[in-house]
Structure formats: C-alpha cells, structure tokens
Design a protein around this ligand. Structure first.
Ligand code: SF4
Length: 299
C-alpha cells in the first residue's frame, strides 16, 4: 500500500465506500465579514468552496435530496463544507448539525472550519456527536509559514492552528489538516516546514490540495497580472511525494488533488484531470520505492 487513503480506511471500518453529502450550512467567514479580515483567502471563491451545492435548500433538504436515490444499506459522510462551519454560537451550531443528522445512514459528521473559530465549548458540542457516529473537524492550515499566511490573507497565525488542534484532540475530536501545495512564494523549503509542523501535532487525517487558480478569486487577479505562476505537475508531484513519505503511516490521506469546478479553472491545466495527478504521484512513489511514512523520523 502506497498510502493510507480514506477509501481504504472506510473499507476497513465500514466494509464499503461511503458517499459524501456536501452541505452549505448557511455560515459566513470571519475572514470575509471584517471580523478578522475582508475579501477572504486569496484562493477562495465567492461560495467558500462547495460551488456545486444548492444553497437555496435548507440543510434538511440538502441531505434529503442527496439521499433520495440511496439504498437502505448505503452509508454517508455529512460534510459541512462551505465557509466556516463553527462560526456561530453553540446553540446555532447545534441546531444546524442536528438538521443534517436526521438519517441513520449518515455514519460520519465532518465539519470544515478555521482554527480561530474553535474553542473548548464548541469542541465539547462537536464531541457530543460521537455517540452513534464518527466525527471529525477539518482545519484549514494551507501552510505553516506565517509569511505565506500574510500573502494568502489567511487571517490567523500558525500557532492558532496548533491551539485548535490540541483543544479538539483533548475533547476527543479527530482533526483533518488541509494543506495547499503551490502557494505564492512557496517552494520545497516551505513544504518541508509545513510537514515538520504537522508531524508534531495530533493530526488524524490530511487533505493535500494542489493549488488551482479559480475565476473570481484574488489569486486569479494575481495570475492575470503575471504576479503568480502555478506549479507544474512535476513540481506538484515532487512536493506531494515528499509530504506522503514524511507523514506518519497512520495519518489518513483524504485527498491528493485540488477540486476546482472545470468551468471556473484558469490554471494550471493539469489540475482538471484528478486521475492523472494521482497516477503521477503514485508512479513517482513506486519508482523511488517510497510509501507513506517511509521517511518519517519519529520524534
Ligand atoms: S477561511 Fe475558508 S471560507 Fe474563509 S476565506 Fe479562507 S478559505 Fe474562504
């Protein structure tokens, strides 16, 4: 096995693949409304990810629509995807999470958020959903470099990620870290530092995104002005192989590519073919005799 991927994890735990229901929970983002910043992260679109979700539907309707043709023995992940899904008071969070968990075929509650929107009270609420299902929180890190954080307008320092990660871990909630390869002004040096940072934290899962320039973002403006050039496929695979071979074997790899809607992708072209990207990473791992964690030095 080259790496411990999510579908393998699901097969082992549930004996099957799990479908994903992507939910727009009606949240905003403090990095857009002025609480900690305006305009959002430079790569983030107007919908805060999840461009394909019909946000005119209520949470219950989104779930019902995703399940309408599902068989009784299928299982699903309810994934709160758009914007910052812990950016509200605890009562509101409870109401919205409860609305998504009305069907017993939902085996996993996954919540995407920013680390500066996690505290002990929210972690406790999220932990309470572990009864009868699996729960994890997905935290956007992107890079461990505070210099990059400024360039991408992330709006929080890297130490905030560490704090949130530890709060969630203490509450018994699993953490999935998101990183992006190919951010402006980043090369292998920054990728190595990000891996070094993450491998010192109690991370359960990892999403590795290949950067993409999406229409309507500030990154798109930078790209069009010639201020940003995305990495080549070769550069991306080199970095991805480094990440995979240096993270512990038990970290579950949730993603290895970026996922830009094809009609909104400006660059790089190779990002449109997810399978080709994954094949290129796998090929490089095999050629070098590497597997996940094979170069991880336990600290
Ligand atoms: S924190 Fe997330 S939702 Fe907010 S601007 Fe950044 S990427 Fe978009």
């Amino acid at each position: 096995m080259l790496y411990n991927n999510l579908s393998g994890y699901f097969r082992k735990k549930y004996g099957r693949r799990l479908g994903k229901i992507c939910i727009d929970g009606g949240f905003s983002c403090p990095n857009r409304d002025g609480t900690c910043g305006f305009g959002g992260c430079i790569f983030c679109g107007e919908r805060g990810a999840g461009e394909h979700i019909d946000a005119t539907l209520s949470i219950k309707e989104q779930v019902a629509s995703a399940l309408q043709n599902a068989s009784p023995d299928e299982k699903f992940v309810a994934y709160f995807q758009n914007f910052t899904n812990t950016y509200a008071d605890v009562a509101t969070l409870k109401e919205r999470y409860d609305a998504a968990l009305t069907d017993e075929r939902i085996a996993v509650l996954a919540i995407g958020t920013r680390p500066d929107c996690i505290d002990e009270e929210k972690a406790e609420l999220i932990a309470s959903y572990r009864e009868g299902r699996e729960v994890w929180v997905e935290l956007g890190l992107q890079s461990a470099s505070d210099k990059t954080a400024k360039i991408i307008n992330r709006g929080y320092k890297t130490e905030v990620f560490e704090k949130a990660c530890r709060i969630l871990n203490s509450a018994g909630v699993k953490v999935v870290a998101h990183v992006i390869i190919g951010l402006p002004d980043e090369g292998m040096e920054e990728v190595k530092k990000t891996v070094d940072f993450l491998t010192r934290l109690p991370i359960w899962g990892l999403k590795i995104h290949s950067i993409y320039v999406m229409e309507g973002t500030r990154l798109a403006d930078m790209y069009e002005r010639g201020e940003y050039t995305p990495p080549s496929l070769e550069e991306y695979t080199e970095a991805a192989v480094y990440v995979l071979s240096h993270v512990p074997k038990d970290v579950v790899i949730h993603r290895l590519t970026g996922d830009c809607p094809k009609d909104m992708l400006l660059a790089p072209e190779w990002n449109a073919d997810k399978h080709a990207v994954i094949d290129a990473v796998n090929k490089k791992m095999k050629e070098r005799g590497l597997s996940q964690g094979s170069l991880y030095a336990f600290r």
